[in-house]
Structure formats: structure tokens, C-alpha cells
Design a protein around this ligand. Structure first.
Ligand code: FES
Length: 536
């Protein structure tokens, strides 16, 4: 049903454009009507009226080339439009046409705008095409059109999450995980600048689109639904990596009680193992944060991929380096009363780190602070020479993001443990795994005083604000910067005088100011060649 506003806007608005005689003489004319710049063409006896601004980048179509009577080529980047049926033959966005009428020798145009719902539907259809092709600029254009037609960009985002659902072979990625941090940044934008406020949404949709495109699906999430939701069956299905059963249970849970009905089970599953190098609990925490912003409408699009990712995730506690995690968890009794000390984690491997964590198991808050400090300390002292090394084995491909994850993981785990305190042992021991694993890749002797940011209360906010023009061609890097800065902002808001604050700010300062090697050509080829030689 049309609203009063849309009825008003669909009323025809005929305006005189040019006399037929003049058009016959000139064959084309640009007219300005109702604030619009319209090109009127006479070709092969037919009249066409359409926007003079090319829908690609706005250059004048009056300078284009007409062929076959009705095919117009924009000479800037060769987009082609069929003026007869309105189709864009080469390029993407739709060219707007205007109905015409001839009255008493004059050409009249209907310059009324379509109803907003039609404009939104068209923008959304265009956004879907841009999403499928990862056409970043078009994603931005269609979102701007959607918003101009009174659409809420978060509605468009919800659609994009649904489009991504069946395109992600392993479920949730950093695209969904960084989304609530982008939206927090959006909320913090003080200006009314619509373009500025659109940046976070464009980035999220661009990232989703990229991840889907790179995976070359589809990988449909089955529509099967269990008769009733049973939390034990659901959790066991995830534990057994039985994706079909877990998804069927998840669908039943969503139908019966919405996303919250799955939450406790998913929280337990996200921390049950040291898995996916800490991503699982981050994905879980961020999925619920995003669902809180977007509302129930996004539950399925966020939680079904999350269930898939939990079923498919790599469980590093099964590999030799982290096998001590299971026994340490089984032996956890919250009676360890050693005063935790961040410095004591320096140089300790996984087994020794887990022992240190257990020794302070009865000092939960102090242990948490010590682990946050130790994670930041390791990040501040990352041995950047690793990024230049090309002859090391694959397991030594350690870089900045391995360090930022220790902090982001602990931040997410803290929030999950606020609802599920019995998971603290998992969370703290898993941080011990991070510390032990990263310990080999730090240089404790290096000078770090130049990174001190104790006097810079604005550092975290400045880093976050810089994300709005980050300049990175690959989404994964700004996603990590955004996530670690947001994690520190959240932690410092809770504990402004945290003992680890100086070292965490220095670590962040170094991370955002040191160059990061983002592609390792020589190392990748050397490792591949060595591997192929050994495979026999
Ligand atoms: S502006 Fe017309 S094709 Fe680019």
C-alpha cells in the first residue's frame, strides 16, 4: 500500500522540455527541469529522455556515442545503454529514463520521482548485483541511493548478511566479526555527514562480498529443521562436527525462541576447545553484539553461519603443541593462590604458561589483568625480523595478527564469561596457549620506549577514527586493527586505571605505526617448494 508521501510523489509531474521542431533541428538537447539535468535525444525517429549524468561516475552522456539508433556509449569508461528498453548493456547501475509526451508541437516530460519503496527496491537490486561482483564503488552508490530513498542502511546490511549465508563454506568470517565494531564507530561519528556515516556500512558489505566471492560457492545451509530444539543434542552435534544435525537443531531453536535460545550452547561451544586460534569466541561475541544492533531479523543470518563455523573449526588442542590444554582444564580447581605476574610469562612455552595460569586459578581478576598485560607485552615486543625471514618452516609464519588476537580473544572471552562464569577456566587457559605459542617470536631485548603512549589519552580513539579512511586494499587488516582497538577501548572503559594500560597503549601504538608486511612472496614460494620436495 502506498503511503501519503509516496502517493504524492507518484503523481505525474509533466513539464515542457523543448519544442519538437528545435529537437528535430538539433537532434539532442540538455534540459534542466525540477533540478534534474535531462538529455533529450531524437534518433531514428524516436525520442528518448534520460538522465544526462552517467550512472557510473556522473560524466555527461550528451558527449556519448550513439549507434544502431538506440545504443548509447558513454565515452569515459564505455558503459553502454539500450535507450529502447532501458537496459544497461555494459556496466552496472540503471540509467533513469523519463516518460515523454508531445503536446501542441512541444515535448513534455514526466519528471515525477518514483515512490520511495520503488527506489529502495531498485537500489537493493543494484546492491545485490554489486555484492555478487564485489563492485565496491557500486556498493557505495547503491547504498547511498537506498538511504536517499529513506532506506535504513542497516536494513541493507541485514540483506547482505542473508546473501552471504550460503556463500561461506566455513561459516562466519572476520567480515561479520568486525561488523559491530564498524557500527560502534558509526555511532560515534558526531557529524551529520551522511557520507561519513555510510563508510562503516560500505566496509562491512564490501568485506562480506569479498569473502563470498573468494570462496566461489554456493554452499547452501540446509533448510532441514529438527522437530524440537534440545540444547544437549545441539551441543553434542557441534562437538561431533555433525553440521547437518547442528544446523537443523539451530533452526528449531531459532523458530521456538529466537537467537537467545541458542546462546548458552553456542557460548559453551565457542570456548570448549582451544580452537580456530581463538576466533570462535570472538565470532560468537560479535555475532550476538551485531544481533543486538540489528534485531531479531538478523538472527538466522548471523547464527547459522556461526553454527557452521563451530562445526568446522580447527581444534588446535588436538595438535601436539597445545595438548596440555585439555589436562590443564580437567585439573582446574580454582585453588591456585600464587600472585599472578605478567613478567613471569616472558619466554615461557605453552606447557609452562598453562602451569603458571593454573597456579593462580583462585585469583581470577588479578590473573585476568596479568594475562592482558602479558599479551600486550608480547605484542609490544614482537620480533619484527620474522616478517622478513623467508626460510623458516610454516609453523613460524607468525605476524602481528597472531599477537592482536590474544587481546581480542581475551576481551571476547571476558564478555562470554560474564554470562557463563564456569567458562573462565577455558578462557584463561586459552590465553595461556596464546602466550606460550607467541613466546618464541618476541625479542625482549629490543628498545620499546619510543612507543610509549601513556600521555596520549586519545590514542585508541584516534586509531579508531583513522579506520574511516584506512587505505588498505585487503579487508582483513583494517578488520584486525579495528577489533584490537575496540577491544582495548572496551577493556579500558571498564577499568580505566588497569595496571596493563601503559603497555597495551604502547603495543597498539607500535602496531599501527610499524609497517606490516602483507604479502610474503619469497617465503610462500620457498615453503611450497620445500614441501613439494618432501612430499615424495
Ligand atoms: S562515467 Fe560513464 S562510463 Fe564511467
Amino acid at each position: 500500500m502506498q503511503t501519503a508521501a509516496s502517493r504524492q510523489q507518484t503523481q505525474a509531474k509533466w513539464q515542457k522540455a523543448i519544442s519538437l521542431a528545435e529537437l528535430e533541428e538539433r537532434s539532442k538537447a540538455i534540459v534542466k527541469l525540477d533540478g534534474k539535468q535531462i538529455l533529450v535525444l531524437l534518433s531514428a525517429g524516436r525520442i528518448y529522455a534520460f538522465n544526462n549524468r552517467c550512472p557510473h561516475e556522473g560524466f555527461p552522456l550528451a558527449e556519448g556515442t550513439l549507434s544502431e539508433g538506440c545504443i548509447l556509449t558513454c565515452n569515459w569508461h564505455s558503459w553502454r545503454f539500450n535507450l529502447e528498453d532501458g537496459e544497461t548493456l555494459v556496466g552496472g547501475d540503471t540509467l533513469r529514463h523519463y516518460p515523454h509526451d508531445i503536446r501542441d508541437g512541444d515535448i513534455w516530460l514526466d519528471v515525477s520521482d518514483p515512490p520511495p519503496e520503488a527506489l529502495r527496491a531498485r537500489a537493493l537490486a543494484g546492491l545485490r548485483e554489486a555484492f555478487d561482483e564485489h563492485d565496491y564503488e557500486r556498493i557505495a552508490r547503491e547504498l547511498a541511493r537506498f538511504e536517499r530513498a529513506d532506506g535504513d542502511p542497516l536494513d541493507a546490511l541485514t540483506h547482505a548478511l542473508e546473501w552471504a549465508m550460503d556463500g561461506l563454506e566455513f561459516g562466519t568470517t572476520h567480515a561479520q566479526a568486525a561488523a559491530p565494531d564498524w557500527l560502534a564507530l558509526r555511532s560515534a561519528i558526531a557529524s551529520d555527514d551522511a557520507a561519513e556515516r555510510l563508510i562503516p556500512v560500505v566496509e562491512i558489505i564490501g568485506h562480506l562480498s569479498w569473502d563470498v566471492l573468494m570462496q566461489k560457492g554456493p554452499f547452501p545451509i540446509p533448510a532441514d529443521e529438527a522437530e524440537r530444539f534440545d540444547a544437549d543434542v545441539f551441543e553434542q552435534a557441534i562437538e561431533d562436527e555433525n553440521e547437518a544435525l547442528a544446523l537443523a537443531q539451530a533452526r528449531a531453536g531459532l523458530r521456538a525462541g529466537g537467537g537467545q535460545s541458542l546462546r548458552a550452547s553456542l557460548e559453551r561451544a565457542s570456548l570448549r576447545h582451544y580452537q580456530n586460534f581463538g576466533h570462535s569466541v570472538i565470532y560468537l561475541d560479535k555475532a550476538y553484539e551485531l544481533a543486538g544492533i540489528l534485531g531479531d531479523r538478523a538472527d538466522a543470518a548471523l547464527l547459522l553461519p556461526l553454527v557452521r563455523s563451530l562445526c568446522q573449526t580447527a581444534r588446535e588442542d588436538l595438535i601436539p603443541e597445545f595438548r596440555a590444554y585439555g589436562p590443564a582444564l580437567a585439573a582446574w580447581d580454582s585453588t591456585g593462590m600464587d600472585a599472578p605476574d605478567a613478567g613471569s610469562f616472558r619466554g615461557k612455552g605453552v606447557d609452562a604458561s598453562l602451569k603458571l595460569v593454573r597456579a593462580s586459578s583462585g585469583q581470577r581478576q588479578a590473573l585476568y589483568d596479568a594475562l592482558m598485560c602479558a599479551a600486550a607485552d608480547a605484542m609490544l615486543h614482537y620480533d619484527a625480523s620474522y616478517r622478513e625471514q623467508t626460510t623458516k618452516p610454516v609453523q613460524e609464519n607468525i605476524d602481528w595478527l597472531d599477537f592482536t588476537h590474544a587481546i581480542t580473544h581475551l576481551n571476547a572471552a571476558r564478555k562470554v564469561c560474564a554470562h557463563q562464569p564456569e567458562l573462565w577456566a577455558n578462557a584463561l587457559l586459552q590465553t595461556g596457549c596464546f602466550l606460550g605459542r607467541n613466546a618464541k617470536f618476541v625479542d625482549w631485548e629490543q628498545e620499546t620506549s619510543q612507543w610509549s603512549a601513556t600521555d596520549n589519552d586519545q590514542l585508541v580513539d584516534d586509531v579508531l577514527a583513522s579506520m574511516l579512511d584506512h587505505g588498505e586494499p585487503l579487508y582483513i587488516f583494517p578488520a584486525h586493527t579495528l577489533k584490537v582497538a575496540t577491544a582495548l577501548k572496551e577493556e579500558l572503559a571498564l577499568n580505566p586505571d588497569a595496571p596493563w594500560k601503559p603497555v597495551a597503549l604502547a603495543a597498539l601504538n607500535r602496531f599501527v605505526n610499524e609497517p606490516m608486511k602483507k604479502k610474503h612472496v619469497r617465503r610462500a614460494v620457498a615453503q611450497a617448494s620445500r614441501f613439494v620436495e618432501l612430499e615424495g
